[in-house]
Write a protein that binds this ligand. Sequence first.
Ligand code: NAP
Length: 381
Amino acid sequence: MSQGKHIGKVIIDHNKHQDLIRSDGAYLITGGLGGIGLTVAKWLVSQEAGEVILVGRSEPVGEALNVINQLRASGTQITIKQRDIARQSDVADLFSELEQVNGIFHAAGVLADEALSKLTLSQFSKVLAPKVRGTWNLHQYSDSLDLFVLFSSISSLIGVPGQANYAVANEFLDSFARMRLGQGLAATVINWGPWKEVGMAASQNISKQLDRVSALDSIRPEAGIQVMEKVLLEELGQAVIMPLTQSSHAIFSQGEIPRYLLQEVFANDPNQALMGAATQALSLLVKQLREELDNVSEQDKEDKLIEVISQQIVSIMKLESIEMISLEQPLIELGLDSLIAIELRNILSDISGVNLPATILFDHPTIRQLAAYIAEQINTP
Ligand SMILES: NC(=O)c1ccc[n+]([C@@H]2O[C@H](COP(=O)([O-])OP(=O)(O)OC[C@H]3O[C@@H](n4cnc5c(N)ncnc54)[C@H](OP(=O)(O)O)[C@@H]3O)[C@@H](O)[C@H]2O)c1
């Protein structure tokens, strides 16, 4: 199957399903003993793949062993290879031992998070090794594959504090997929948002930290696999799979950002029904705040705006109280990222009736500066 033929509206052709995973095919998963790797292995077994080859540097232990035993009971051949895919000789050995490989799911990865100013060369090398060297090594044996799926992250698309090295490593995967597609070779790169229950984000409690930030949600493994299957069936070259929370769904419904795949994740979600309600509640709140702002005198507008902006920040960023914010503190220091910035800008535009520029939170980074700017815009006839 050749990859990346089109980008656009998805129409699922169920007849193609037979082609995706072959019962006489062998599928290699790098990082195969990790959280997402084992989830992909379960899916391959459910698709009746002929053989699943799990590659990692360590031996399987604990939960991974249990899963492998269950998978073996299914009848699919499960092969485990202890190899470091960042080492060219390990990859050469690996492919010399394998009779055939029809698809690769390249899910090997490590984290070494650190503030940019403190990042060391070894933290960079550690994170780049499986994604840069590993990808290149696999590419040498990947001319005639049906599938070459690269597990990238949204970190290469939006800023994630402390993950400059990880963002670079994943951006390499994004570019590499484009290069392979340009050469007519199979490639699909998926920029995943954080997963819950399994994998590196869940083990580092990143999904819990995300609960503080309103824009992103984490991916349920079954939903992630379901969307990945659609992406592969449709032969997309690149896909971003990133579920959003209810409040950020409001941003999407305003048409700021394409909503294509996210809808797929939400499609079977019982919380879907809550989305409409949340959007409705938001517009009522906006209407009420706008009336309040209209009813204060020109001199008092700035103070009223300070109050309104502070309340919105507490709500959007899920802070415990308004006392946590200083009017003089740049919002970026509170963890404001680009998605939250869009959400806040949109709400402030609606409340003030002023079409605020997309860069407003970066040009006027503190609450006091923001309020002064918006008051000036309102008061200027
Ligand atoms: N979990 C998420 O939320 C998330 C989000 C976005 C993207 N991703 C990407 O998805 C992939 C899978 O992540 P995960 O959450 O399943 O992580 P994980 O549970 O930590 O699994 C990653 C696996 O990669 C293996 N590995 C690392 N370096 C390797 C190397 N040089 N050679 C062979 N195996 C290597 C590790 O095993 P050994 O240490 O034993 O080698 C580990 O089992 C990663 O590429 C990650 O960047 C994950």
